[in-house]
Design a protein around this ligand. Structure first.
Ligand SMILES: [Cu+2]
Length: 396
């Protein structure tokens, strides 16, 4: 399971109208929907591809979960097999290959009751409506998708300290040779986040478009060891996609830095970025929290910060255990940053808060401890405590 929805993943509990984003499923009574969601979640653990068919179409989930999914190596897509198989070339576990598209409804990430079509703006806040992929509290791999990002490295076995050409080619799963156009999001068509597997190393780059339809970056890995590359992109006419690509780099690994405690304050270049010390984090509902930037003890007005990638900050959060990638959209409220994200499983999450002043990008790190929500995945209506908490925090 290698994909997460980007952006503000809402869920059906805190935002009942989100149910309508299931397209054909929207007319089902609540209870049935809950069953449907639960079966999706259970099924996703077993069979990502088949699930997509059930979630995207009108058929109940139960009818399709037995479909045979195809699995392929993320590094060697020509090597295919079944769940649990390993690649014969590199030994990596095969991943489910996505096979189909799903319903195309757009909704406001902040006001999920406002829905529309691609290109529409929210009537309440003016934000661009986002594809339903972003708005559902479900693993993207559960939904599967039309697209994948093919990856190749040259040399195929990257070595630390030596330039490696990283090549990403967006593809239609059903027709890999057909070129896939990407939309610029935050001013770039492909955002590439590279982290070491312990999340101690972080890099954010933008591979360049090439005439053959690929995006390439010459990159020098600073150490050996296991890295994860997250290719964050949006095909024209499609939703946000994130491809998680494991890369093994030859050379000396840095000692693993275990993450064992929260860290709400990130210090960088004389700045301090503070995540709301009073905020608590739990799974199962959309979490709102603020971030404030100070320098030498004085507040830095987020409005006065330079734009970086078309925004006042760019925030990435990755799960320490689950390696989920959450792209958090910060909004500026009263000179501070208002962040929202939803977390699928409890545990530590590491975040990188990037902002720009005087032409320089600063990256502050923070670590959040996310607790199990009262009802786990947020598929029921009984999580009243968390709901209250969330409403309280959201009152600006
Ligand atoms: Cu980027």
């Amino acid at each position: 399971m290698y994909r997460r929805p980007i952006g503000s993943t809402l869920n059906s509990k805190t935002n009942p109208p989100a149910r309508s984003r299931f397209g054909g499923q929207s007319k089902q009574p609540k209870k049935q929907m809950r069953t449907f969601l639960t079966s999706c979640t259970l099924a996703l653990a077993l069979c990502g591809t088949a699930l997509l068919i059930s979630c995207g179409g009108d058929a109940p989930a139960e009818q399709n979960t037995t479909d045979e999914a195809t699995y392929a190596c993320p590094m060697h897509p020509e090597v295919t097999g079944k769940a649990g198989d390993n690649c014969s070339k590199c030994g990596m576990p095969l991943e489910a290959v996505k096979a189909d598209a799903h319903a195309h409804t757009y909704a406001c990430p902040m006001h999920p009751e406002v829905t529309g079509k691609e290109g529409d703006k929210c009537s309440k806040c003016g934000m661009a409506l986002e594809h339903n992929d972003n708005a559902m509290n479900m693993d993207h791999d559960a939904m599967g998708g039309m697209y994948k990002m093919a990856f190749a490295a040259d040399p195929a076995k990257p070595e630390m300290g030596k330039a490696t050409l990283l090549k990403f080619t967006p593809q239609l799963v059903a027709s890999p040779s057909q070129p896939v156009a990407l939309d610029a999001v935050h001013e770039k068509k492909l955002h590439l986040i590279m982290v070491s597997s312990d999340l101690s190393q972080f890099d954010h780059q933008h591979p360049e478009y090439q005439a053959d339809g690929s995006y390439t970056l010459s990159h020098t890995f600073p150490s050996g060891g296991d890295f994860l590359l997250y290719a964050d992109y949006k095909p024209t006419g499609g939703g946000h996609e994130v491809e998680k690509i494991p890369v093994k780099v030859d050379g000396v690994s840095l000692p693993v830095k275990m993450i064992t405690a929260e860290q709400r304050i990130g210090k960088v270049d004389g700045y301090e970025v503070t995540i709301d010390p009073k905020a608590t984090f739990s799974t199962g509902s959309l979490q709102h929290f603020t971030a404030r930037v100070t320098k030498a003890g004085k507040a830095v007005d987020a409005n006065a910060v330079e734009n970086y990638l078309g925004a006042k900050a760019h925030v990435v959060v990755i799960g320490v255990q689950n390696k989920d990638y959450l792209h958090v959209h910060p909004e500026v409220e009263d000179g501070a940053y208002d962040l929202h994200a939803s977390f699928a499983t409890p545990g530590f999450y590491k975040g990188w808060f990037q902002f720009q002043t005087e032409g320089k990008v600063h990256t502050a790190e923070f670590i959040l401890d996310v607790k199990q929500g009262e009802v786990g995945e947020g598929h029921t209506d009984h999580d009243h405590g968390a709901e209250k908490e969330e409403k309280g925090e959201h009152a600006h």
